[in-house]
Structure formats: C-alpha cells, structure tokens
Write a new protein. Structure first.
Length: 355
C-alpha cells in the first residue's frame, strides 16, 4: 500500500454538494478554508466557474469558456474556515433549489510575493499537498520564468489568461513533454506547441513560458494552478483503454474522491470528464460533469447519459467501464488523468478512512 504524509485528505481537498437558496448561502462541511473553489450546477446548463483566494472573492473565470475574468458581487463572496459563502445574485452558482457540485483545494490564502522567476508573481502554496496558485503578468518573451513555490517540480499546470480572452492551457509530464499542451475548454487532443511552456520542464522553483498568448501575452495577467504529485493523495498520469466494458484499471495508491479524464483524441466525444464519489455511487459512477461544457450532470448529446461515460472508483484506483460509446471507448485510446483522494495507510502505518 502507499504511504503518505497526508492522513486526512479533507484538510487539503474535498468535494461538496450544496443546494442553492437564491440568497446569502454559507456552504460548510468542506473541512478546510478553500483557496480554489470550482463550482458547477448539476441540474442546469450553466458554465463552470472557478474562484481563488489570490485573485480574490467575487472574481470568476470559466473552464468551459475562453472569457476573461469577470467580477460579480452576486457570486462567491468569501472563503470561510469550513467552506465558502455565495451571494444570491448569481443563479449559475446559487439558484434557489438547484443542486451544485463544488471541488475545493487548500493553498495558503491570498499569497505573497515570489521572485524566484524572471517574472515576479504572487503565490499561495501548500507544500504538504503539492498545490499552488501563481498570478503573474506576461512579458511576451519566450524563456521567461515564473515562481510556483512548491519546492518540487509540478506534474501538471493549468493556466488561464485573466485580461486576455484565450484558451485554458494544460501542461504536464503525462502529456509527453512540456512542448505539448491541451486545452481545458476544448475537446482537442494533445498538441505539440512550444508557445505555452517553451518546451522546458518545470523545476522545483519555476515554470518556463513560451511567447504564446495563452500563457505570456505582454501586459496581460494570468493565473496558474500548479500541482505536484503526493503519494497516497494525488496522481497525474495517462492510461490506455482496452475498448472493453471490463476496462483498464489504473492504480493510484489511494481511493480517489475526484477523477478528471481527457481522451487524447480530437472529436465530439472527447470531453474533460469529471467524476467524484460525492455526486454518485462510489462505484458505477456514470454521471460525469464536463470541464469544457456547460451541460448539466450526465447530459451529452441531448439526453441524460447518452454517452454512457462510466468508471468504477475503487479503494486503490479507478477502472474504465462501458468501453464503447464515449471518449474512452476505442481500444488503444490514450487518456490523460488527474486524481485526488485518500490513502489507505497513513504515515504512521495506521489505516485511514478511504472516503
């Protein structure tokens, strides 16, 4: 079994379902004060919205759109000790009687100045869980570097322009090199392109930028969510589908609470599928949300679950199910994934609660 220094995963990451009330709504039970809150309506076709403590409350960006950051006083208004508060004006995140999913990560509040890179940044970091938020202003110069604060090289970075409307950039070791990129708002496959990270792998202190608008347009502001892998808590990798309903098993070394999958294919089925153990059964999880779509839970192609996307979430990993009819279906299809959860055995060799 995997051993981990993280004996209580909810101190650093947690799923939380809540019901909107159309008014001031204090969401509790997250288990920590979150610094990144990702919200999606389960029951209505609304865009995903992400808030973080570095940019500040009420400032939202949308994983399913290329839009710039917008400020909305009727949206998330504070990051609280055990969750967050949502105002009543934004039906996308707090419509009366609507059900919402939220995924919540702990960094370290509003952050502080970081001068490790050639571009100064504001960084909020949790080195225990391997998560940081870095805000910076682009220079347009290929080879510029930005500090991330993790102390180890990140395995995955998700970056978005705040003042320039462009794609969400995803880079990672699991894409086959840092001259590769994917786009969180798109069904596109991995692209070979040095514009985002200049073909240079991150170090323990900085990540490198290309000259592309997606990460480094001169004078524009950016946010980067950086993830390092932590044994027994997080995993960033890739798998190959076998095209069967008795599909590929992926070992993570922990019981995932959250799995996001992207088939490395450019077609209408190859979404960013989000599964978690809070919204559905712990196994036979077949009601995904889609980071690149506004559609409600389980909807794709005009009716509920018509693509039959399904995985089993297990005590030590996850397994692809329904091998045909969705992006993981074809035998030999590569999928990129990120997962967070709770190890079975902690650092003191005492079994942890799996979920």
């Amino acid at each position: 079994m995997a051993y981990t220094t993280i004996n209580k995963s909810t101190d650093y990451f947690n799923n939380k379902i809540y019901t909107g009330n159309g008014s001031t709504n204090a969401i509790t039970g997250v288990g920590h004060q979150p610094d990144l809150v990702w919200i999606k309506s389960r029951t209505e076709a609304h865009h995903h919205r992400l808030f973080d403590a570095v940019r500040g409350a009420t400032k939202k960006i949308f994983s399913s759109q290329t839009n710039t950051e917008s400020t909305d006083a009727g949206s998330l208004t504070s990051f609280d000790a055990d969750g967050f508060t949502h105002a009543g004006g934004d039906t996308d995140g707090n419509g009366n009687g609507q059900s919402y999913a939220s995924w919540n990560w702990k960094a370290n509040g509003a952050g502080s100045a970081n001068t490790d890179g050639s571009i100064s940044s504001t960084v909020s970091v949790n080195t225990t869980s391997g998560f940081s938020i870095s805000k910076y202003t682009g220079t347009g110069s290929a080879g510029a570097t930005v500090g991330h604060g993790l102390g180890v090289a990140p395995k995955m970075i998700i970056a978005k322009g705040l003042t320039y409307a462009d794609v969400w950039i995803v880079g990672g070791d699991n894409l086959g090199g840092w001259n590769k990129e994917m786009y969180l708002n798109s069904t596109s496959a991995v692209a070979t392109n040095n514009n985002a990270f200049n073909g240079v792998a991150p170090t323990s202190s900085v990540f490198t930028l290309g000259s592309g608008n997606g990460t480094n347009k001169s004078g524009d502001d950016y946010i980067a969510y950086c993830f390092a892998e932590k044994t027994g808590y997080s995993k960033f990798g890739k798998l190959i589908s076998n095209g069967s309903d008795d599909g590929t098993f992926t070992y993570t070394g922990f019981a995932p609470k959250f799995v996001m999958l992207k088939p490395n294919v450019s077609d209408g089925w190859s979404n960013w599928y989000i599964f978690d153990t809070t919204r559905d059964y712990p196994q036979l999880n077949d009601m995904p949300l889609y980071a690149n779509l506004s559609t409600q839970e389980g909807y794709y192609g005009g009716s509920p679950a018509t693509n039959y996307a399904q995985i089993d979430i297990l005590s030590n990993g996850f397994k692809i199910r329904r091998g045909s009819g969705w992006g993981a279906g074809g035998s030999g299809t590569e999928l990129i994934y990120m997962a967070f959860g709770q190890s079975l055995v902690g650092s003191n060799n005492v079994p942890c609660t799996a979920r």
